[in-house]
Design a protein around this ligand. Structure first.
Ligand code: NAD
Ligand code: MG
Length: 396
């Protein structure tokens, strides 16, 4: 068995840590080549001590110097770098076999795109990459022969339920619909007027999954599902009207594919990201992930509901942005990132998230996706406007 060199973008986050947990079980298969994080020096140092990567990356020179000193005193030969240029380089060097894209938000776009352009195997958790620049990214994947494996549990489920040659198109493969399941988050049953006062702590307490703060808030607003509709559109060339969101509070069915003969193929499992991470790492083989067997007797029942677009305005806004196309999804994503950060910072009420995004989409028309420059310009403009609106306290 040849040892594969893995770069993890976002190694200190929820997905990054789960990836290292799976890799820890298979030292004969995977080697940490580069571990990249934002600012958690101590956590990254502990990971360096255990996994002894060739490279470690942090956000800036000051943090990198701190880690460098720690590594030197511990006698580690890990080389410490910093900044986005290092992320891009360590996602595309010839020695890299696969990249786990697990940075949260738009910061992951450039390194993940670099991995695609270098023809790498990409394990994609960082859904914002596809939301911001789906056309550009998928084009780079095809043109450079990269292998794209979805890690987001729903998309991983759909990938497993689709035929191997699904890139021929949904119709050619006899696929009628994609059934994208959603837990409904912690506020599925709360009265609408109570939602105004919910706290960041309540929004981050997801009933089934343990995740980073941004995706936890996205799950509570169901923007996460909206982003996932856009993600599914690009990954599987699926028209928006053929992607049906299904609320399924138990999160046991991770998503399903319906074929024209009436067959529905679903993938099930415990809500634990190590399943799809292990799938992506070993594809097309299967390896032990550490996830327990699914106990259907204990689960006993599975429920399904239609999504409520009034309660979850963000889901509607994401479908609208996808229909609009061009840079509209990048604008939606940027406005959402600013809104979620402001909500976590108690500068914006929960319902202000969708109001802010809606206002931004109304004033910024968006243009063609074109180049990376166009996407980044749309992202920057949307952020600027969103910050301005929050500062002017338009949503209190
Ligand atoms: P997290 O907040 O727990 O971790 C984010 C990671 O990204 C951290 O390691 C952080 O250091 C790093 N990071 C952030 N900004 C960075 C920057 N500018 N430069 C370098 N590193 C940076 O987030 P998470 O929950 O692990 O989610 C990561 C991605 O995976 C998100 O896009 C999320 O939507 C997606 N995802 C997560 C889950 C989950 O269960 N957590 C499930 C599906 C998809
Ligand atoms: Mg998901």
């Amino acid at each position: 068995m040849t040892l594969q060199n893995i770069t993890i973008l976002g190694s200190t986050g929820s997905i990054g840590v789960s990836t290292l947990e799976v890799m820890r079980r298979h030292p004969d298969r995977y080697r940490a080549f580069a571990l990249c994080a934002h600012s958690q020096v101590d956590k990254l140092f502990a990971q360096c001590r255990e996994f002894q990567p060739r490279f470690a990356v942090l956000r800036d020179a000051r943090l990198a110097l701190k880690l460098k000193d720690l590594c030197r005193s511990a006698g580690l030969s890990t080389e410490v770098r910093y900044g986005v240029e290092a992320l891009i380089e360590l996602s595309s060097l010839p020695e890299v076999d696969a990249v786990m894209a697990a940075i949260v938000g738009s910061a992951g776009l450039e390194p993940t795109l670099a991995a695609a352009r270098a023809g790498k195997k990409i394990m994609l958790a960082n859904k914002e990459v596809l939301v911001m620049a789906g056309e550009l990214f998928m084009h780079a994947v095809r043109e450079h022969g990269a292998t794209l494996l979805p890690v987001d549990s729903e998309h991983n489920a759909i990938f497993q339920a689709l035929p191997a040659d699904f890139s021929r198109g949904m119709e050619a493969c006899g696929v009628r619909r994609i059934l994208l399941t959603a837990s409904g988050g912690p506020f599925r049953e709360k009265a609408l007027d109570e939602l105004h006062h919910v706290t960041p702590e309540a929004a981050c307490a997801h009933p089934n999954w343990v995740m980073g703060p941004k995706i936890s808030v996205d799950s509570a607003s169901m923007m996460n599902k909206g982003l996932e509709v856009i993600e599914a559109h690009w990954l599987f060339a699926a028209p928006p009207e053929q992607i049906q969101v299904v609320i399924h509070p138990q999160s046991v069915i991770h998503s399903a594919v319906e074929y024209s003969d009436g067959s529905v193929l679903a993938q099930m499992g415990n809500p634990d990201m190590r399943t799809s991470i292990a799938f992506a790492l070993a594809y097309p083989e299967r390896i032990v992930s550490g996830v327990d067997s699914l106990d259907l007797f204990k689960i006993a029942r599975l429920d399904f509901y239609q999504p409520d677009f009034e309660r979850f305005r963000c889901l509607r806004l994401a479908y609208d942005a996808l229909h609009q196309g061009g840079t509209a999804p990048a604008i939606l994503n940027a406005a959402n990132e600013v809104a979620v950060a402001a909500f976590l910072d108690r500068q914006l009420p929960f319902l202000g998230i969708s109001q802010l995004i809606e206002s931004i989409l109304a004033i910024l028309p968006g243009g063609p996706e074109g180049s990376l420059g166009d996407v980044l310009a749309a992202d920057a403009e949307a952020r600027h406007e969103a910050h301005r609106m929050i500062k002017e306290q338009l949503f209190t």
